[in-house]
Every structure is written in structure tokens, then in C-alpha cells.
Design a protein around this ligand. Structure first.
Ligand code: DAH
Length: 394
């Protein structure tokens, strides 16, 4: 326990050493203070009128000092007095704050004030006092930490997934670097099949030594996660899969070598094409407004049979024809169809016997939707990272 030493030397260095020793003791003892009792003991020990440490240094250091050292000693004693008082004020505020916080946690009410509202106001004031006592000036300008904004593509993805989550779908993801097996083969694109040419694929270099199905590529669609989901989970399955995809496309206002899709898959014992139509019709209305109509046209995808392209009536002209819909009245948005039995064959072992289960799948472009929703006319803007563009979505 610290006690005030008598001084026999009065040089500046000796005084500084004595002051340093006292300060160390002060901060150690202050650190141990807790509760009202501790606070009172701290007060009596340091600030007690009759025999507190401040009184003692006044007697033992200042009064005992030879005349020529009085000034140096006086200055230090004054500084120490201020420091001790400040420390006590800070501890008082801290103790009070802790008590109020404890009390409100236990009882919902503070200790020193009547209403919660007042408590909150007082708390803010007290916190400010503690901060100020700790040398934090709350009136100084802060360090600006600008809030980020959700990227329009991510926001749109979340919105699309939200529509399907509300219908009971779960959300899954898969790797962006994918094998030929998941991206093509298990989706019923046989090796050398011309349908592969429709997806200008970016392959990873140096894969020639591997068997074809193991070669890695950047996934050209989110459809491989259909297979991954069915491997992971027995039927029934209802899942949406948001993600980034890559194709070897030259960038222009409507093309980007990297873009986004949301895939969907529903498999159960009695899923029909009308389930598919109803689900997508609902989703289009939820995304673009209840007055939009949907149109299904026959199409081809290796992994669905039958397959369809879905368009919705143009939200800008109401279907009359305008620039956005290229005068057709319709905006094409997604591919879909009934899961081809050949696809189920790849996961048959996990409960997907094509004679027993059926399902539908769909895949839609997210970037297109974001551009339509926010009136963006150049897809490149989405990926250039220009803050002037992005901050408009904050
Ligand atoms: N994967 C297709 C594409 O990127 C889109 C698609 C079409 C996904 C039909 C599907 C589907 O799930 O059933 O062009």
C-alpha cells in the first residue's frame, strides 16, 4: 500500500520521481474502486481533510520544502491535487453509471431518477461526463465513417429471394469455380453436345490432363446448384439459388462477362407445369406489380422438358410497345421448364426416381431486373464501382 514518503532531496529529478510514484499508486487504486463503499474509501484515503494523501503531501512535501524549492514543489502539488480530484470525479460518475445500468437491467428503472425517459437523458449526460473526465472531448468533430449502401444487384437478388422465401423456399449457394460435370454433364449436356456452345464458357487453364468431367470452369449459370442441392437433400426440395456467373461475352451496354442469376428448383411427388406457371406468375407480380401479365413460350434447355421462356408485360408502356420492350410489349426475363428425367438419373440414388418425383426449375437474370427496376441503361455501371453511381442507392 502506498504511503507518502518524506523527502530529503529537492532536485527536480527527485521531485519527479516522487510524483511518478504517487501517480502510479493513484491510478492503481482508482482502477480497483467499485461501488459506493469503495468510492467513499477512495475519497477518504486521497481527499480526506484531516489525513488524506493530498493533505499529507501538503504537509510533508510543500510545507517541509526549503524556501528555494517551494515553487517547484508547489507546482507539482497543485497538479496532483487537480489530478486526484479529477480521478475522483471520474470514478464517481463511473460508479453511478454502473449502478444505474445494473438497476435498469434488473428493474427497468434507474436508481437516481423517476422516469425512464429522464434516466436515458441523464445517462447520456453522465456518459458525456465520464468521457470528458477520461480526456475525450465529445464536442470535437468525429471521424467520419460513411455508411455503405447495398449494391443494386445484391438488393435485387435479396428481393427476388424474398419473394420465394415467402412461398416456403430455402436459399442455397454453390461454387463459382465449377466442374464440367455439374455445369454441363449432370444437367444433360452430353460431351460435344451443341447446346454447350450457347454458353460461351471460360475454362481454367492447365486442366487437359484431367478427365473431361473433372475439368474446372467458371460456372456459366446457377443451374449446377440444382444438382448440388439434390445431392445434399432428399425430396421434397424447394430452393432458390442466387449467384454470380461468367460467360465469355464482350462487354457492352447490355452484356458483361460476369453477371448474376437466381435459380429456382422445386421437386416433389406431384409437381406439374401449372405449378410452375402459377409460381412464376406470382413472382413476376410480386416483383413488378400486380397488373403485369406473364407469357410462356416454348423453348429448349437440355435440363428441362418441356422448356419455356417467360416474359412479362412491359412495365413502362403497359404492353403497348416502347423503346425498353423494343416495341414488342413484352420483356423476356427467364428460362424455365419441367426437370428432365435424365437430370434426375444423376441423383436417383438420393431418392430422385424419375418415375416417382417431378419438378420444375427456372433461372432468371438479376442484372436485367435491377436495371429495369432502377432505370439503369448500361450494365457496365453496375460493375465499375463508381461511388457517384453507387451512392444513389444509399
Ligand atoms: N441456366 C439457364 C441459362 O443460364 C437458365 C435456365 C433455364 C435455368 C431453364 C433453369 C431452367 O433452371 O429450367 O440460360
Amino acid at each position: 500500500m502506498y504511503s507518502v514518503p518524506k523527502l530529503s532531496e529537492w532536485s527536480a529529478a527527485a521531485l519527479d520521481a516522487a510524483v511518478a510514484e504517487l501517480r502510479t499508486a493513484l491510478s492503481a487504486e482508482a482502477g480497483r474502486v467499485s461501488g459506493d463503499k469503495g468510492l467513499r474509501e477512495f475519497h477518504d484515503r486521497w481527499l480526506g481533510r484531516r489525513n488524506g494523501i493530498l493533505t499529507q503531501i501538503n504537509e510533508e512535501w510543500l510545507k517541509a520544502a526549503p524556501a528555494e524549492a517551494k515553487r517547484e514543489v508547489g507546482q507539482r502539488v497543485n497538479e496532483l491535487r487537480t489530478l486526484v480530484r479529477e480521478t475522483y470525479a471520474r470514478k464517481t460518475a463511473e460508479v453511478e453509471l454502473t449502478q444505474d445500468a445494473d438497476s435498469i437491467l434488473k428493474t427497468g428503472k434507474g436508481t437516481s431518477v423517476e422516469t425512464d425517459q429522464q434516466w436515458v437523458a441523464d445517462l447520456a449526460k453522465r456518459q458525456e461526463l465520464v468521457l470528458r473526465a477520461q480526456g475525450v472531448d465529445v464536442s470535437l468533430p468525429g471521424i467520419r465513417r460513411p455508411l455503405g449502401a447495398e449494391h443494386p444487384v445484391i438488393r435485387t437478388m435479396n428481393e427476388i429471394c424474398g419473394v420465394f422465401r415467402a412461398m416456403g423456399y430455402s436459399v442455397a449457394e454453390g461454387p463459382e469455380i465449377e466442374s464440367d460435370y455439374y455445369n454441363f454433364e449432370a444437367l444433360n449436356f452430353p460431351p460435344e453436345h451443341p447446346a454447350r456452345d450457347t454458353q460461351d464458357t471460360i475454362f481454367l487453364a492447365g486442366q487437359e490432363a484431367k478427365p473431361a468431367r473433372e475439368r474446372l470452369l467458371l460456372r456459366t449459370h446457377t443451374s449446377p446448384v440444382q444438382i448440388r442441392s439434390m445431392e445434399r437433400q432428399k425430396p421434397p426440395v424447394r430452393v432458390v439459388i442466387p449467384g454470380k456467373i461468367h460467360r465469355h461475352d464482350a462487354p457492352d451496354a447490355s452484356h458483361s462477362p460476369m453477371f448474376h442469376q437466381v435459380e429456382g428448383l422445386a421437386v416433389d411427388t406431384n409437381i406439374t407445369f401449372s405449378d410452375l406457371k402459377g409460381t412464376l406468375d406470382h413472382a413476376m407480380k410480386a416483383l413488378f406489380g400486380s397488373s403485369v401479365k406473364t407469357r410462356f413460350q416454348p423453348s429448349f434447355f437440355p435440363f428441362t422438358e418441356p422448356s419455356a421462356e417467360v416474359a412479362f408485360s412491359c412495365i413502362f408502356c403497359g404492353g403497348k410497345g416502347c423503346r425498353t420492350c423494343k416495341q414488342s410489349g413484352w420483356i423476356e426475363l427467364l428460362g424455365c421448364g419441367m426437370v428432365d428425367p435424365n437430370v434426375f438419373e444423376f441423383v436417383r440414388e438420393n431418392g430422385y426416381d424419375p418415375a416417382k418425383v417431378s419438378g420444375f426449375a427456372f433461372g432468371m437474370g438479376v442484372d436485367r431486373v435491377a436495371m429495369l427496376k432502377y432505370g439503369i441503361d448500361d450494365i457496365q455501371l453496375l460493375f465499375q464501382g463508381d461511388v457517384r453511381f453507387l451512392e444513389q442507392f444509399g
